[in-house]
Design a protein around this ligand. Structure first.
Ligand code: C2O
Ligand code: CU
Length: 478
């Protein structure tokens, strides 16, 4: 077992100084790393430039993995051991978190909970196996509200041993950026209390795979598997497929019985993923968008552009696209479960007048001065004791009550859970998820088997809310 050296006698076994130490420019490989199995690869987080904005602007100064936004797509096989050397060339400490992977705890990358943040100029070696096939992603877990918004994210794709038959498998990472009038990241608003107490940092510029309205060339008759990932800090996307009908086959990396998306629209809260199968059935030469239809003013995200003369096949493939199941612990023992409540409070237009922060009971005004304005069960931010301590293998249910005026995307690390009740009514056969959206005033009961030992964060993935108090953790013993 690799252990993180303790603060006291830190042996520098895990943090190695980068050669040269400084923030020198790196020579950077392209974006499409395809790597297999246990080959070691590195992710270098560093300042870079990326053409995310409109063509009239110079490239934006971003922070990126290996020089590209998104970072390289890491593709591995189910059951593989992934080894990534993380190099921090940023001006501040960082980590890598592997979102949605049922990972061993010491590789989860949560600064201050599972490891110390990796200082600038140092290295951390991540190594873990991937039990589930599916669509996952990686991002920093230190000052995520800034580092994610500056462009630090990438996809981690775990391929099935027997994938369904498709012509192409594409990753589409959606992000909304807040750009200033020169097409640069709006710096002045980082940490704005206005954002933190409201919806979070919402952008004004939408990209897919780091480009504004990219075009994907397709051929009539092709079958695509699209892996949709919401990498926004705080925006809930509703992706409308216009002329195409996406068939949902997985959510948050976990297979579901295939079903057409309702009205052709897929809602993704921050950090959520959906795998869809889309048959390209429009006429050669046609053009069709995917839009964010969450606002009255719909925004084009990208376009499918059909080849003018080629036809791949006249009728869509008939084969089934049901994904093989993952080895999740599915047997929920609700009768013997450990039950907890999670009351979410605070934010603007809320009713919270007091909450406890760092052991002190503070008024909302005092909390606002500290920019800590959200509470879980009356407590602001992570405490030294966990919300729940569960023996390994125990079923846990948690009733999440959104007593705020805002939506929240609650994410549990190291496990997938199922929604079993919504607003007091049973939900049969809910999908397994790692992130769930609670609309304002909504309440949900989720259930999972606490089978992964360690300290696991539970937080809102609207990352400004997380930073501003909406974060706790659970401990699984064993
Ligand atoms: Cu995607 Cu706690 O993170
Ligand atoms: Cu939230």
């Amino acid at each position: 077992m690799r252990r993180i050296a303790s603060r006291a006698g830190r042996a520098r076994r895990d943090f190695l100084k980068l050669a040269g130490g400084g923030m020198a420019a790196l020579s950077l490989p392209g974006a499409a790393a395809h790597a297999s199995g246990s080959r070691v690869r590195s992710l270098k987080a560093a300042p870079a430039q990326a053409p995310i904005g409109a063509p009239q602007y110079s490239p934006a100064r971003v922070w990126a993995y290996n020089g590209s936004v998104p970072g390289p797509v890491l593709r591995v096989r189910q059951g593989d051991t992934v080894r990534v050397q993380f190099q921090n060339w940023l001006p501040q400490p960082s980590t890598l978190h592997w979102h949605g992977i049922r990972i061993r705890n010491d590789m989860d990358g949560v600064a201050g909970l599972t490891q110390p943040a990796v200082p600038p100029g140092e290295i951390f070696d991540y190594s873990f196996t991937v039990p589930d096939a599916g669509t996952f992603w990686y991002h920093p877990h230190n000052r995520t509200w800034e580092q994610l918004a500056r462009g630090l994210y990438g996809a981690l794709i775990v391929e099935e041993r027997n994938p369904p038959e498709v012509d192409r498998d594409l990753v589409l990472m959606f992000d909304d950026w807040r750009l200033d009038k020169d097409g640069q990241i709006h710096d002045a608003s980082f940490g704005s209390l206005m954002d933190w107490a409201h919806a979070g940092r919402l952008g004004n510029w939408l990209t897919v795979n780091g480009r504004s309205e990219p075009e994907i060339a397709v051929t009539k008759g092709e079958r695509l598997r699209l892996r949709l990932i919401n990498a926004c800090n705080a925006r809930v996307l509703s992706l409308g497929f216009a002329d195409h009908l996406p068939l949902l086959v997985a959510l948050d990396g976990q297979p579901i019985p295939p079903r057409p998306a309702e009205h052709g629209v897929i809602t993704l809260a921050p950090a959520q993923r959906a795998d869809v199968i889309v048959d390209m059935e429009q006429d050669p030469g046609s053009r069709s968008p995917i839009k964010d239809v969450s606002q009255r003013k719909q925004i084009n995200a990208m376009h499918f552009v059909y080849d003018a003369d080629q036809v791949k096949r006249e009728a869509p493939l008939a084969s089934s696209v049901r994904l093989p199941g993952n080895p999740l612990p599915r047997r929920l023992d609700l009768a013997g479960a450990l039950n907890a409540d999670l009351v979410m409070e605070g934010g603007a237009m809320g009713r919270m007048s007091y909450a406890t922060f760092e052991g002190k009971r503070l008024s909302m005004r005092e909390l606002a001065e500290k920019r800590m304005v959200w509470a879980l069960n009356g407590i602001v931010g992570r405490t030294s004791t966990p919300l729940i301590e569960a023996p390994r293998g125990r079923t846990v249910t948690m009733k999440m009550v959104n007593a705020t005026s805002w939506p929240h995307a609650m994410h549990l690390h190291g496990h997938h859970f199922r929604v079993i009740e919504r607003d007091g009514k049973p939900v049969p056969h809910g999908p397994w998820r790692d992130t769930v959206l609670l609309r304002r005033g909504e309440n949900l009961r989720v259930a999972f088997v606490a089978d992964n030992p360690g300290k696991w964060l539970l937080h809102c993935h609207m990352v400004e809310h997380q930073a501003s108090g909406m974060s706790t953790w659970i401990r699984v013993k064993g």
